[in-house]
Design a protein around this ligand. Structure first.
Ligand code: AG3
Length: 275
């Protein structure tokens, strides 16, 4: 097979990779879903022609969206993941023994099914008995659940279509209310090269609602520009003041206590987005 998959990362820039096999393709009620096997990234999950996660670099994203926040909170018992139907975020959440209940609220049940079938290494955590899977709209779910979670993780697609509401002030306010009094949240907030306005606006809105707001970075080569941001909003605990050890049982490949701290060291052009 000699075909290529191309993601138009911005309207003027593309990432192409050689596909060895089309494992799955379907039109769900929400989007076009595909799983390809590729030479550079191995199996990859693609939604509406946008790369969501790949076997080669998924660990960076999933470890960093989860462990920074969970290691910051002294006793995270209930965790909510919005989006993340592939299960990679949940897989990292359930590595924390103190987590008693982890809810996954994914709007498109087909993403969960495709991940179970074609990405078992990523979706493995979905079978953990502490996990509750809810196929629903995350925006209305957080509105209905108040004062419940120590941590909320927003593992969304890019801010286009249905996901735009996950990057808005009204949603962040509902997230704050769904958190317990010392809760915190982390959202993936795109590229500091190509989504500066979005990052700046999200940061400002979170900072208006949460006493503590921090931006941090990780390297994810299959995403536009490779360098990626996460925005953390916290009611009490500061990710820069953690003194929890990193449990060996987390078994991480990117996250460590040093990386946790280093991730908040922002190059000036990124720090400028927080001012
Ligand atoms: N969420 C998607 C991150 C955005 C990727 N953007 C892009 N390739 N243009 C990842 C979900 C993984 N659980």
């Amino acid at each position: 097979m000699n075909s290529w998959f191309t993601e138009l990362q911005t309207k003027d820039m593309a990432l192409s990779c050689r596909v060895t096999e089309i494992l799955h393709r379907e039109k769900t009620p929400y989007q076009e879903l595909a799983v390809y096997n590729t030479v550079p990234f191995g199996r990859m999950l693609v939604l509406d022609d946008i790369i969501q996660t790949t076997m080669v670099d998924e660990f960076v994203y999933h470890e960093m969206i989860v462990h920074v926040g969970l290691n910051t909170h002294p006793a995270p018992r209930r965790v909510l993941v919005i989006g993340g139907g592939d299960g990679g975020t949940i897989r990292e959440v359930v590595k924390h023994q103190e987590v008693e209940r982890a809810a996954l609220v994914e709007i498109d049940g087909r993403v969960i099914e495709a991940a179970r079938k074609f990405l078992p290494e990523i979706s493995s955590g979905l079978t953990d008995p502490r996990v509750e899977i809810i196929v629903d709209d995350g925006i209305s779910y957080v509105e209905k659940n108040k004062n419940t979670y120590e941590m909320i993780i927003i593992d969304s697609t890019d801010p286009i279509g249905a996901a735009t509401g996950l990057f808005e002030a009204a949603f962040y306010r509902n997230v704050a209310e769904a958190l317990t009094e010392d809760g915190l949240f982390v959202a993936q907030t795109e590229s500091p090269f190509f989504n500066r306005d979005l990052i700046r606006r999200a940061y400002r809105e979170v900072a208006e609602i949460f006493p503590l707001t921090r931006l941090y970075l990780a390297n994810i080569p299959s995403y536009p520009g490779g360098l990626w941001t996460f925005t953390l909003g916290s009611k009490r605990h500061d990710p820069l003041k953690i003194n929890k050890p990193v449990l060996a049982s987390l078994n991480t490949k990117y996250y460590s206590l040093e990386v946790h701290k280093a991730a908040f060291t922002l190059p000036p052009f990124v720090a400028a987005l927080t001012k």
